[in-house]
Design a protein around this ligand. Structure first.
Ligand SMILES: [Zn+2]
Length: 411
């Protein structure tokens, strides 16, 4: 088997990206529009230019590098992923896919390939939602799923809007105009698996056929503050006790539903957060996922009932649904192309579902979207210990390159 992707170049990219973190030696922290984001986007643009791509940035800060095709007004084959991270995350989530896109462009460039359809490498912002919540903001913005009023109103935890933060960073914020689906022929994304399956099965590639659906809730519990020493136990409206009670019952709701349903509370803020004050407010998140939409809906109803049932003894509860994404089958056509390329290259692979939401899922409503996974060591992700083998990444690149060549050929 001939290796097409250049391992040294991939290593160089990985090393460079890993330096652009706000928390050196404590994992990757790269929030959208932060100084680390600005350094990363600069590096991406320099690489794109070196591979002969025409670079542009949209008003959300997504970066595009385009290799024109010979056909006029033909739709692009997009390849890419996101370059933001969670706090103290790893060096591979999102970045592996951005680097894979860059390497596909490098191979087109080196081999002097003149595609019929344009090849567009894409690096997106704010997939994780670590700064503005919700997630998938880059791909949602491209595809017209962010309303102007939300664009003005979405704020980070310091109360700054996207517009303000972008302006402070010297970027030029305008909500992108909904990209005409006719300008896209396909979207390809490589991502790390973020789970243990490929490694356990000793497989190099997972060809994704379906992405689980998810919903994210922000729950607010309001009670009454009081002195920890002078307020009798039966006179309290303790927001933290109520919140803890709710959160402790969530795992059972997910387990009872089965169908691979999972539920997580990852954020939990207590106010005023003083050792001798009864908490009067708690805000926490619930992330609920399943491959079956009916399961999401059923569990969501149970969660709402559970929270409403705590509305007593001076406790007020409210729920905001921050995100709802249906489970999705990806493009059958692109799936088949990816699978064929993988087989042709003789790379060990399986078909699998994705348990995480990805930009490909957003694109799948507007174009033919396909995804491949490479193994994550010990299944670990969103952690400084996240690690993937550069050889697996290289094989993933080869598959994307083969597939992108076919998709950009005149048909
Ligand atoms: Zn990701």
């Amino acid at each position: 088997m001939i290796q097409l992707a250049n391992i040294d170049r991939l290593k160089q990219h990985l090393q460079t990206f890993s330096k652009f973190t706000a928390t050196p030696n404590e994992g990757m922290t790269r929030y959208s529009y932060s100084p680390e984001d600005l350094k990363t986007r600069k590096y991406i643009k320099v690489q794109m230019e070196a591979y002969g791509l025409t670079v542009r940035e949209d008003g959300l800060g997504n970066v595009f590098g385009k290799l024109e095709g010979t056909l006029t007004d033909a739709p692009s084959v997009l390849v890419g992923s996101h370059f933001d991270s969670v706090p103290h995350g790893g060096n591979f989530d999102g970045v592996a896919g951005v680097i894979a896109g860059l390497e596909v462009a490098a191979l087109f460039h080196e081999q002097g390939i003149k595609p019929a359809y344009p090849l567009e490498i894409i690096a997106m912002i704010e997939e994780e939602g670590s700064r503005f919540g919700g997630g998938l903001m880059g791909s949602r913005g491209i595809n017209g799923l962010i309303a102007e009023e939300d664009f003005q109103e979405i704020r980070d935890k310091n109360g700054n809007s996207v517009v303000e933060v972008m302006e402070q960073a010297g970027l030029d914020p305008t909500l992108p105009i909904h990209r005409d689906p006719k300008t896209m022929k396909a979207f390809l994304e490589l991502h790390i698996e973020q789970g243990p399956v490929l490694e356990e099965e000793n497989m190099t590639i997972g060809v994704v056929d379906k992405i689980v659906g998810l919903t994210q809730l922000e729950v607010m519990i309001e009670g009454r503050a009081g002195h920890a020493g002078t307020t009798p136990m039966d006179r309290r409206s303790d927001a933290l006790i109520t919140a803890a009670n709710i959160v402790s019952k969530l795992p059972k709701l997910a387990k009872d539903e089965a169908n691979g349903t999972v539920m997580t509370t990852g954020k939990f803020n207590v106010y005023p957060n003083g050792a001798n004050v009864i908490p009067d407010k708690v805000i926490f998140t619930i992330d609920l996922r399943s491959g079956e939409e009916a399961s999401i809906k059923r569990v969501l109803e149970k969660v709402k009932e559970l929270i409403a049932s705590e509305q007593k003894n001076g406790i007020k509860t409210s729920i905001q649904q921050k995100l709802y994404v249906q489970p999705k089958a990806l493009s059958h056509e692109v799936y088949a192309l990816l699978k064929n390329s993988t087989e042709k290259l003789g790379i060990p692979h399986i078909s699998m579902q994705s348990g995480a939401g990805h930009d490909a899922m957003v694109f799948s409503d507007y174009t033919e979207a396909g995804m491949i996974f490479i193994p994550s060591k010990d299944g670990i992700s969103h952690s400084p210990d996240e690690w993937s083998d550069v050889n697996h990444l290289a094989q993933g690149v080869d598959i994307l390159f083969e597939t992108a060549k076919q998709l950009t050929m005149d048909d």
